[in-house]
Design a protein around this ligand. Structure first.
Ligand SMILES: Nc1ncnc2c1ncn2[C@@H]1O[C@H](COP(=O)(O)OP(=O)(O)OP(=O)(O)O)[C@@H](O)[C@H]1O
Ligand SMILES: [Mg+2]
Length: 300
């Protein structure tokens, strides 16, 4: 079982048509035909969108994505048109709403990995490969890879796992030229972001981008970029390969959900329970800390 514990109702806003409720973002179309992307405070873990929100999370994701988009502009165009609140939108959308170019999204999660963990580590343990790419012997959880690799995945519906696929499979699905461009852009942006993060004491272990085509057929980066939801950020001074690394994301939520305290059995058909206040507060603090460390500015 998986999905939304409680699916939120879309907001009625004059001039906006609701298009889609994602795990985290709500999509609307404005009268100009542009996309209005509203980042909520929802959080997902273990394929569930949890019934408890993390205050300010949507604003952190939005502000951090904008910060990165600016620093990547010379490498790749992005979808942002405006961060101004559309007329008539609820006041609480402020700071978490972006008007974006509506792209024709490429159905591939473009992942770059500089370090081995998660689904990459699982595949490596089985076959010494990640997405079919051969890797050297002797790597463990958290090891740095000889060079960053492009490890695409196909996007799953809400509640399903994304599935790692080979580069050749991507080329079959989207064409050789687009596949090559996706890989080149993903690795270029990862390299830039990794260096920026490293200067701030953070390891960017891996990250996921979503690209789409604009009206002129140009590949543009959409969605969010380089946030704790789409990336693994590790404190560099605590990095120790051979174990799970502490990270600036939902680790706290995951740990609580799988602890006896939650009373929840991940393998059961039951939806996960509400998060207690201390878990909410600790998770909020992690998101804010990631924002502050990366941007070098204080949150409020
Ligand atoms: N510029 C854009 N044009 C069109 N779609 C976009 C654009 N930017 C992001 N998207 C889409 O908006 C959605 C963002 O919502 P969110 O991240 O909550 O979704 P998700 O749960 O990851 O995936 P899904 O929406 O498939 O459930 C994604 O489907 C993403 O592909
Ligand atoms: Mg998403």
């Amino acid at each position: 079982m998986s999905g939304f514990v409680e699916k939120p109702e879309p907001q009625q806003v004059p001039g906006l048509v609701h298009l889609h409720t994602g795990k985290v973002r709500d999509l609307y179309r404005n009268e100009a035909g542009d996309l209005v992307m509203v980042a909520s405070d929802r959080i997902s873990a273990y394929d569930w969108v949890l019934p408890t929100e993390i205050p300010d999370k949507g604003r952190v994701l939005t502000r951090l994505s904008l910060w990165w988009f600016e620093r990547l502009e010379d490498l790749v165009p992005n979808h942002v048109l405006s961060a101004e609140l559309p007329p008539g939108a609820p006041a609480d959308w402020e700071g978490r709403t972006l008007v974006c170019r509506s792209l024709s999204m490429v159905p591939v999660e473009c992942v770059a990995r500089g370090y081995l963990t998660g689904s990459g580590l699982a595949e490596y343990r089985e076959s010494r490969t990640v997405c079919g790419l051969a890797l050297p012997e002797g790597l463990s959880d958290g090891s740095e890879l000889p060079a960053p690799i492009f490890t695409p995945a196909t996007k799953a519906a809400v509640g399903d796992h994304d599935e790692n696929v080979s580069y050749e499979e991507v080329a079959r699905q989207v064409g050789a030229e687009t596949a090559a461009q996706l890989r080149q852009l993903t690795l270029a942006v990862y390299g830039r972001a990794r260096d920026i993060a490293r200067d701030r004491g953070i390891i960017l272990a891996d990250t996921k981008f979503e690209f789409g085509f604009d009206e002129d057929g140009r590949l543009v980066v959409g969605d969010e970029v380089l946030t704790p939801d789409s990336s693994r950020f590790w404190p560099a001074d605590q990095w120790t390969p051979g174990r799970a690394q502490p990270s600036y994301d939902k680790q706290y939520v995951r740990d609580w959900l799988t602890s006896p305290a939650s009373g929840w059995d991940r393998k059961s058909e039951q939806p996960p329970p509400a998060l207690p206040d201390d878990v909410v507060a600790a998770t909020r603090a992690k998101y804010l800390e990631a924002y502050e460390l990366l941007t070098g500015t204080s949150w409020s």
